[in-house]
Design a protein around this ligand. Sequence first.
Ligand code: CA
Length: 635
Amino acid sequence: MGFDYKRFPYYSGKLGFSLDNGKTSFFIWAPSAKEVTIRLYDEGLWSDAIEERKLEKHSDGHFETTFEKNLDGIYYDYLIVTGGEEYITADPYAIAAGANGERSMVLDLRRTDPEGWEEDKAPERPVENIIYEVHVKDFTFQEFSGISPEKRGKYLGLAERGTRLTTDKNFKTGLDYLCDLGITHVQLMPIYDYGSVDELGDDMDFNWGYDPVNYNVPEGSYSSDPMHGEVRIRELKEMIMALHKSGLRVIMDVVYNHTYHLDSYLFRTEPWYFYRQNADGSPSNGSGCGNDIASERPMVHRYIVESVLYWAREYHIDGFRFDLMGLLDTNLIGDIRVKLDNIYGEGEKLIYGEPWGAGLTPFAEGAYPADKGALKYISANIGAFCDATRDMIKGSTFEFHAKGFVSGGNVEPHLWRNSVSGWSIEDWRFATKAPSQTILYVSSHDDWTLWDKLVGALSENESFLKKDPDLLRANKLAAALYFTMMGNLFMLSGEEAGRTKLGVKNSYNSPLFINKFDWQRTKEFKVLVDYYKGLMRMRKKMPCLLDKSEKAKDRILSSTIISNKTVTITLDNKEHERYKTIKLIYTGEAGYFSLPVDGKWYILMDGENPDMTDNPMEVENVVYSHGREVIMLGR
Ligand code: CA
């Protein structure tokens, strides 16, 4: 007989703390606990308790107590006696915490609102979603960025405007650089409180942050003062406000599938309830981290839904990227979709995730994984990263030397039609409802950067730093490929500038010299950056590529395989004022294409020039000599 989560009472009342009329109340759900004691502190670390008190237990499994005073600014933790064990724990429902998240904090959140926060709102919904993945620290850390020294590696570093490369006062960096790119969303790698970096430790410490400690508290190492719980909250809000003011929407990477350790605040509060177990009682390991969250259990469901809604409400977050979404259940993701739609309007907040796990996890009976197989059955506004398109373009992400189409691979006929329509390919062919569900990408924080992967597939001397013209062309082709497919677009910051991690495949805890965003290199690769900028401009003008509806597939008028290196596709672009039909030639060889003689054709993009829509060149036939490019024609 396994762990019977159904015997636990559901509790729908207040959790965490409440501050109201000079009174402070505390609430925690711990039905198995015999005794819960709260301990109050003046400081977030080290100091002795100034007061202790036992909470009163209720039949719905929650404990509660009220102090007849305003405890704003006071830190606290719990001593819980349960199952013959004694646990010291912070509050898993905490919204503020001291250094390293060890003690929770009572805080009047209105004290943390920067000036103008009440008026802060997301920029208008863009015509396309071009999502750019940023790590607060790696993006702002390098000295060449010109970001103020005390702000480098911090929330405020990403909020700073007017920064320029220290070696070239005309080259924009940081947030100014982002504003000019043409991206529409910044996806922040974990900004909740994670455990792998000591917030009071060395400034050179680095981690991606996929190790949650406090789900509803911002990470302290990005703040100027981790000792005072209100500071990180205010600074994160300042950063989000700066991004919004700069015309960018903000997406948060959320990791509800596992915690840093099994011995988490959730576990200490109610042992095992929040985690899936194997038949032998051991914690299941679908996450690769040895502790999978049991998202389908009622109080876990409540926890995750409320956490997402909290970030949307309190921090004005515009979208959520679910890490290993395939370990969460469809009911949870669907519920989050419905609740966000009800509050903010349909599809206003983006939701997407990785539609897989790292391994198998035992779902409870009646619960289904939010993986690829589920896309057809859930909202068309729940998206998923498309690994099949990714691998078709650049080669298997698991093999350094594997080739994809951009590195000389052949056209695989069954891949193309579905790929370009954003329905994606192979196992994805029948998997999605519409391009709205597809996240097209060729790089993310995981695995080799696109540039490093191209080095693996194409370069003989494996030089990551050299601006090799062959690799540059392959990189442009990779970008042109996914920028001319239907779906949402996603890229790792620096993909547009040949970002390299010197061949390191999994840099989650690599030092900053591997992980840093390199501003000098970004200037050196300006020609590639400019190509990406042009692709973004072109993309936003092409109705046939922007269509995310279920009918988008009807826009494909024809697709022809010319050879094992060249494919053409014709798309209905009727809403465009000038180019009603678009023809795309995807090629990995030099060649010649005779256009149908039924009208005047104009070249709108090629391997060198990604956006000629304002200055098109009339042609009767197309000669492509570069060997690797996407050519777009309009008629
Ligand atoms: Ca932390």
